[in-house]
Design a protein around this ligand. Structure first.
Ligand code: SF4
Ligand code: MG
Length: 329
């Protein structure tokens, strides 16, 4: 499939000067039309930072210090997202790409009904639409995410957490974007809900043909629902491949550790016992391969040379950043 979003060489820092730290380094990633791309990694690996950076929602001290992000509008030339004007960016965010952030279900306005929140999005971006049309569209959107249309008059507190999350998805789909980015609900209790939501997104994707980026630390969810998976560690992508390739044959020791941290696709959840130690702080990123202090396979170049993402087999859509798979220059 053709690319719809291409990220290349993306760098993000938090702060500048001597106290500045690297949050994202050399991120290259392509989202293809119609695919579900999963982004996995422990918290602090840069997953959310990446979502904020590509949508230009990064707030200070976060700053993009290098790289490119291009959106490939169907039937038109590429759009350089990093140089869009504020107005163009606002339109882009709802109409071409929409995001459902971590904890988004709590960002519904408590004093407004579902109806008014859904129709507000339409009012702002489709000023020519008549009131009756907006209501009809709001009903249609609710039905789409599996909520009965009589909940249109409900206030957020009258809905379960899962329903509120689905209302957020309905809002995100209101203007028929080409891309939906969904950042995880963080708590362990939310895994069942994440699974429901992901299943629903995949179904809607088939119906409406948009592309999805789903961000979670739970790689087992991604194996079940995504087409491709990119795994992040220390602000870099360390492996990316098809979901079934990652599942059958993870190449990066960190990918392997993440997979072993989850006993079975449908088993109970555990902590990341597959990997000793904890992820590094941005301010104390280990030299060389950032994973080396935790890696059972660390060897000679690992502690001082950063492995770059490369294809271990020519012609295959798999990339790994590990000295086990590429040789130092
Ligand atoms: Fe382990 Fe070295 Fe590979 Fe890093 S580069 S994951 S330390 S083997
Ligand atoms: Mg996060």
């Amino acid at each position: 499939a053709e690319p719809i979003l291409t990220i290349s060489g993306l760098n993000v820092d938090y702060g500048t000067g001597p106290t500045g730290v690297h949050a994202l380094r050399d991120v290259d990633l392509t989202l293809h039309r119609g695919e579900v791309l999963g982004l996995a990694g422990e918290s602090g690996s840069g997953k959310s930072t990446l979502a904020y950076a590509v949508t230009r929602l990064l707030s200070p001290p976060g700053v993009i210090t290098g790289g490119d992000v291009h959106y490939h509008r169907p039937g038109a030339g590429p759009v350089d997202i990093l140089s869009l004007s504020p107005d163009a960016l606002r339109a882009f965010r709802w109409q071409e790409l929409s995001i459902v952030f971590q904890g988004a279900m709590n960002s519904l306005n408590p004093v407004h009904t579902v109806h008014s929140q859904l129709t507000d999005v339409l009012k702002a971006h489709r000023p020519a639409m008549r009131s009756a049309e907006r209501t009809a569209r709001a009903e249609e959107l609710l039905t789409l995410v599996g909520i009965s249309r009589d909940r249109l008059t409900a206030y957020p507190h009258q809905l379960s957490g899962g329903m509120r999350q689905r209302v957020m998805i309905a809002m995100a789909l209101a203007l028929e974007p080409e891309i939906v980015i969904m950042d995880e609900p963080t708590t362990a209790l939310d895994v069942v809900m994440q699974r429901q939501i992901l299943r629903q997104l995949v179904r809607l994707r088939e119906q409406l043909s948009f592309s999805v980026v789903f961000i979670t630390h739970d790689i087992s969810l991604l194996i079940e629902f995504s087409d491709r998976i990119a795994i992040m560690y220390g602000g870099r992508i360390v492996e990316q491949a098809g979901a079934s390739e990652i599942y059958r044959d993870p190449r990066h020791p960190y990918s392997e550790g993440l997979l072993h941290s989850f006993p079975a696709l449908h088993g109970p959840r555990r902590e990341l016992t597959g990997i000793p130690g904890t992820p590094p702080h941005l301010s104390a990123m280990p030299a060389g391969c950032a994973f080396h202090p935790r890696c059972g396979k660390a060897h000679d170049p690992c502690a001082d040379q950063i492995p770059v993402l490369a294809r271990p087999e020519a012609g295959q859509d798999r990339e790994v950043a590990c000295w086990l798979h590429t040789r130092p220059a």
